[in-house]
Design a protein around this ligand. Sequence first.
Ligand code: X2X
Length: 333
Amino acid sequence: SRRRSILAAGAALPLLAIRTRPAGAAEFTYKWANNLPVAHPLNVRGAEAVARIKDRTGGRLEIQVFPNNQLGSDTDTLSQLRSGAVEFFTLSGLILATLVPPASINGMGFAFANYAAVWAAMDGPLGAFVRAEIGKRGLFAMERIWDNGFRQTTTSSRAVTAPADLRGLKLRVPPSPLWTSMFNALGAAPTSINFSETYSALQTRVVDGQENPLAIIETARLYEVQRFCSLTNHMWDGFWFLANARAWQRLPRDVQEIAQAELNASALQEREDVAKLNAELQAKLAQRGMQFNPVDPGPFRDRLKEAGFYKEWRGRYGEEAWKVLEGAVGAIT
Ligand code: X2X
């Protein structure tokens, strides 16, 4: 009878539900997009995390990696992350600030003296503050931020030793209000260009310079189109490992825990790799023809103060955020 066949189908359901997934196929197939070359430690350690996650979840979560802006520029990919078309994205906090304004705060000019200060802040109250703000915007940030590094200034035209050397310099900066504001205050002529367009913008001389950590100057081969590298160390930048919050919440608790633990473990390894590279790379890049010069940060910081840069950004972030920053790095006056 009809009733009997419905019952029979119902009884068979649990089995059918399991069988609708072809053998070997993941329950969740998510995309992770990033803007970096495959040789960068973020991709090397990230790929290791992805493999461990697949293994430890018994294949339930499979993460497909799209390095090198394969899915679009950072600006495009941030939109895709928000819509859920991309589930994971590693993005600089400064660029994320176009959506979550406080997320650029770690890029405040000359705020961090060294890596010890960076990790104490980002694994501590400053990172917690920013992650909470990210959480209010439909995104979830893993606990450990990945290292991009202290940024150095390269040009095809001249060494930068003092703020006067930046005057009128056509400088590529990533799309973020803090970057534009800071280099305007320093007297340069910054242009917002996504990383995906940076190499060609330098090559065709749309801009004369850019600023990035040595690990990126090396892995993205920017040394091919830049000659001088000035060790300005003007800010520290890192990548939040972001998830679309709805996609993250769809994952069962145990899968979330494995994913977050493995990504955080890889982040710590990536930090070591990048620190090592940034220490070694000056010699290697010099062999390739780059000319390095040290920089005294004092005059740059003075110039930012005189231009009202710190005052302006203190107002934009608000007293609460500024207190958390100063709690980490000391008074910025
Ligand atoms: O766009 C850049 O310069 C880069 C790669 O450093 C960032 O992602 C902020």
